[in-house]
Design a protein. Structure first.
Length: 207
């Protein structure tokens, strides 16, 4: 599959982003993982799905020095937020939107959970958390009594049955034996089926 729409490659505040811009009044902001980029299956097809559903899409392409990950988890989250938020604010300042979706993978879920989900927004917003870092205590605290679409595999090091039982207010997709990429390393076909299933569930959540 090849996306028909090509993004404009732009930059704001020193951070690059891909901007799929149309006449839509809905926008999806995407924040990738450290090694899980927008070309990887889940984010590639999530982008295609958001375009199919009529959203503009903004993929923030941040890069960080390894030493920045030696900070406390809360500081790492703030570092990512400081990279993405000027872009988010700039997009909102240039176009009127009636709806927003924040979609993050792994590292990219940190600013969503710690900042965007905690803030009141003039634009109705929904949140998609692919493999959030549930092993971090502050992440669990900030997820309590909130609502998001959350997907994680049982072979993910951040998976915890006990943690997920506390998150009953969320729409949770638990994938048996899937790793931090939401894939099964020894089963290619099964990994594709997992991707299809998650996107089908996500599409239903967004509609």
């Amino acid at each position: 599959m090849k996306m028909k729409m090509k993004p404009r490659k732009e930059q704001h505040n020193g951070v690059a982003y891909n901007h799929f811009d149309s006449t839509s009044d809905k926008v999806c902001f995407m924040f990738s993982g450290t090694g899980y980029t927008y070309e990887k299956p889940l984010l590639y097809y999530s982008t295609a799905l958001m375009l199919e559903l009529g959203y503009d899409v903004v993929q923030v392409c941040y890069t960080f020095d390894p030493q920045q990950f030696e900070q406390a988890p809360e500081a790492i989250s703030e570092t990512v937020y400081d990279a993405v938020n000027p872009i988010v604010e700039n997009i909102f300042s240039t176009k009127s939107y009636t709806e927003a979706v924040y979609l993050g993978k792994s590292l990219g879920t940190l600013p969503i959970v710690d900042f965007y989900m905690q803030q009141s927004s003039l634009v109705p917003s929904r949140y998609v958390l692919l493999t959030p870092l549930l092993s971090l205590e502050h992440i669990m605290q900030n997820l309590l009594e909130k609502h998001a679409f959350l997907a994680i595999g049982t072979a993910d090091p951040h998976y915890s049955k006990e943690s997920l039982e506390q998150l009953s207010s969320h729409e949770v997709a638990i994938v048996e034996n899937a790793d931090h990429s939401l894939e099964i390393a020894t089963n290619t076909v099964k990994s594709i089926i997992i991707c299809q299933s998650l996107l089908t569930t996500l599409k239903a959540y967004l509609q």
